[in-house]
Design a protein around this ligand. Sequence first.
Ligand code: GLY
Length: 228
Amino acid sequence: GPTRRAGAVASLRHIKNPSKVARIVMEQTDHVLLVGPGALRFAEMHGFERMNLHTPESRIAWLRWKARTAPNWAPGLDSPDWKEKAASLLDPSLSEVEKSRILAWADEVAAHPVTGTINCLAVNEKGEISGTTTTSGLSWKIAGRVGDSPIIGAGLYVDNDVGAAGSTGRGEENIKVSGGHTIVEMMRKGMSPTDACLEALSRIARNYNSDKTRLSKFYVVFYALNKD
Ligand code: GLY
């Protein structure tokens, strides 16, 4: 935006609002990216509370995923139905219908792990642009895996003279085409936000020789805002 600064954190655990930590990296340090335990220490030094971010629902989903993917975590042949134990972890005041809905959700999420990213771009009345992208990343990823969200130029890029772009979906594909930066550069050359996003998507497709079978196995969504 108008300050032409950027900040990010990655592999940050136990902190509820990482984008607020990223903002402090941007505003109060001489760095752009802090990661891992160092980022957590930094957050705590700035008054952020270390929290257990699990909910009963997310714990059930994770246990379900673990049971599906790791044979030693699967229930015994003579174990009771997993739903009985899982339901006992939920708030007892929930109705049976609501409990069933949560268990069905957990089963679905365990079968198809999700990402949970939000990109937010804004322009004010003075034409000043800002943006953020925040995510919990891919569910149950390899520890240390970082997606595109905190990579300036991939999951987010802002140029106050031109516009901003960000992304959700499979970050690995976006990192390979520096999508955020690509889109802003295309808008600088006069493309509309839509055409600029399509250009970045076409570069992802090109990386797979436009093979629809492989491309159908993931999704990437781009968001763009020009100064107008
Ligand atoms: N786009 C978010 C991620 O890949 O983690």
